[in-house]
Design a protein around this ligand. Structure first.
Ligand code: SF4
Length: 262
C-alpha cells in the first residue's frame, strides 16, 4: 500500500491535483482512498458530484449505527473522507486527523488498499501539517508549487518541515501559472533541494469548468489533454522510487534562480 501526502501553499491547487490523481488511480481499478484534512472540508467535492460530506468526526458523533460506513464512495469507487477538527475551522493541532486515521486503521482499513492520499493543509494554519507524517500514516510526500516566488518560498518551508521530521519527498508537482520558463525554474529548484520535478500540470480553463460541474477533469473531460496530464502524474507517482529527505535552501537562492530565468 502506498500512503502519500500532498502539500502546498493554500490556493495552489493541491486539492484539485489530489482529487484528479485519485480519480486517475480509480480509473486504473486501484482501491484508492482520499483523506482530506482541511478546515473547509471540501477537497473531495469534485469526487462526489459537488456534494460536501459530513466530516468523519461528525459522522462518528452523529451515527447511532456501528456499521454506518465512515466514508462516502465517489467517482470510480474512490473512498472519500474529510477528517474534520473538533470545532470546524478553529484548529485542532492535527488531533482531528490523528483521531480519524487511528479509527480508520482499527475499523475500516483493509489489506487490499492500493493507495491512500492525504490532502493536508500546507500552511500550518490549523496545525494539521505534521500530523500524518509524525504519526507515520504517510511516508511519501509530494509538494505542489508553481514557478512563482511565494509558492517556491512556501515549498521551501515545507521542505524544512520534512527535513526536521526525516520524511521522504517523492518530488515536486508544478501546477502551472503560465509564467516564463516555469518548467525549468521548478526543475532547477527541485534539484537544489535534492529532489526532482515529478509532474507538470498545464493551466487550462477546463479545470474550473469541470469543478463548476462538481467533477474532476478525469470525470468531466476524460478525453482532454488535461486529463492525460493528471493520468501521467498518477502513473509517475505509482512507479516512483526516487525518494529522499530533501534539504531547504536559503530563500535568497530562490530569488537568484528567478532572476536568472526572467
Ligand atoms: S488539522 Fe484539525 S482543524 Fe485543521 S483541517 Fe485538519 S482536522 Fe481540521
Amino acid at each position: 500500500m502506498k500512503q502519500i501526502a500532498i502539500y502546498g501553499k493554500g490556493g495552489i491547487g493541491k486539492s484539485t491535483i489530489s482529487a484528479n490523481v485519485a480519480a486517475a488511480l480509480g480509473e486504473r481499478g486501484l482501491n484508492t482512498w482520499y483523506i482530506g484534512c482541511d478546515p473547509k472540508a471540501d477537497g473531495s467535492m469534485t469526487l462526489l458530484g459537488g456534494r460536501k460530506i459530513e466530516t468523519f468526526l461528525e459522522r462518528l458523533r452523529s451515527s447511532t449505527n456501528e456499521n454506518c460506513p465512515a466514508y462516502v464512495e465517489g467517482f470510480n469507487g474512490i473512498k472519500c473522507i474529510e477528517t474534520g477538527g473538533p470545532i470546524a475551522g478553529v484548529g485542532c493541532a492535527g488531533r482531528g486527523i490523528i483521531v480519524a486515521v487511528q479509527e480508520l486503521y482499527k475499523r475500516y482499513f483493509t489489506n487490499d488498499i492500493d493507495v491512500i492520499i492525504y490532502d493536508v493543509p500546507g500552511d500550518v494554519v490549523c496545525g494539521g501539517f505534521a500530523a500524518p507524517l509524525r504519526e507515520k500514516f504517510a511516508n511519501e510526500v509530494y509538494i505542489v508549487t508553481s514557478g512563482e516566488y511565494l509558492s517556491l518560498y512556501a515549498a521551501n518551508n515545507i521542505v524544512r518541515g520534512l527535513e526536521n521530521l526525516k520524511v521522504n519527498l517523492g518530488g515536486l508537482i508544478c501546477n502551472s501559472r503560465e509564467i516564463r520558463n516555469e518548467e525549468r525554474i521548478v526543475s532547477e529548484f527541485a534539484k537544489m533541494i535534492g529532489s526532482h520535478m515529478i509532474g507538470f500540470i498545464p493551466r487550462d480553463p477546463i479545470v474550473r469548468e469541470c469543478e463548476n460541474r462538481g467533477k474532476t477533469v478525469i470525470e468531466g473531460a476524460p478525453q482532454s489533454s488535461q486529463a492525460d496530464a493528471y493520468r501521467r502524474l498518477a502513473d509517475a507517482i505509482l512507479k516512483n522510487n526516487n525518494l529522499g529527505i530533501p534539504k531547504p535552501i536559503d530563500p535568497e537562492e530562490i530569488r537568484v534562480l528567478l532572476r536568472e530565468n526572467e
